[in-house]
Design a protein around this ligand. Sequence first.
Ligand code: ATP
Length: 288
Amino acid sequence: MNAIEINNLCKSYPLFSMDNLSVNFKKGYITGLIGPNGVGKSTLIKMILGMITPDAGTIRILGNSMPEQEVDIKQRISIVSDDCFFYEHLTIKETGKMIAPFYSHWNDQKFKSFLEQFQLSPSKRVQDLSKGMKIKLALAIALSHEAELLIMDEPTSGLDPVFRREMLDLLADMMQNDNHSILFSTHITTDLDRIADYTAFIHNGRLIFNEAKDEVLERYAIVKGEMQLLDTDIRKEFVGLRETSVGFEGMVDNRSRAQELFGSHALLEQPTLEDIMYYTAKGVSVHA
Ligand SMILES: Nc1ncnc2c1ncn2[C@@H]1O[C@H](COP(=O)(O)OP(=O)(O)OP(=O)(O)O)[C@@H](O)[C@H]1O
């Protein structure tokens, strides 16, 4: 069962295009959406949320079609992003009061308890909140109306490491309930190391992979060796390659193939999600 199903989604801007992107995000899991700057993560999330109209393609969320069933969908999802809009002149308490009637499952007790936990004073005005505090407010709202799907666009970028950790723990707790799903777009791949079950990697408007995180980390490998191991054919095996005067370091997307090719002549290491992002973005022409 999928929380989000995207089929043949297209969107073109003068200097960017997403062509026929198809991807499903599984229900009951946390999927991390990763990719370098400007590859289309926010564009994808905004299309999912109906904030941008796709040129073509279909989007289904929790079994319902966007935008046709947007009103029902919005009751069942929560959004946290650093451009969540709040009225600047309202206090936190007034903001909660204003938002509550929009949700049939709003839980005011929960909202108050998150404000306390996040050390947000109800009498403080939105205009006086820091960027990180606004994210905390968005999260308190998001977690207070029994949403089944939480969509987060770069939620941790304005947060200090202490609250970031606290937030990741909260999300992990939320996942104890099988009915919940999270789509979490971020540059901070270490956050995903901690909590993501699946990782979807987008590059230049294309989906590179959407797989269980642990399988991705096992499939890819960093290969380190001496320059004489490289020839034209071997170079083509690399997703990304970085050469120095003393040797090379590159990434392949098939660890078993690399083991066959290099045997004990090269060192194979497990990459991090950040390595995978770096080498895929840079390609084979990286020189140190
Ligand atoms: N309204 C727009 N008009 C023209 N180009 C746009 C518009 N919105 C986004 N773009 C372009 O589309 C591309 C993808 O942008 P998007 O914000 O989706 O990237 P991103 O992967 O979320 O990046 P980041 O990680 O930096 O937030 C970028 O090249 C951006 O300049």
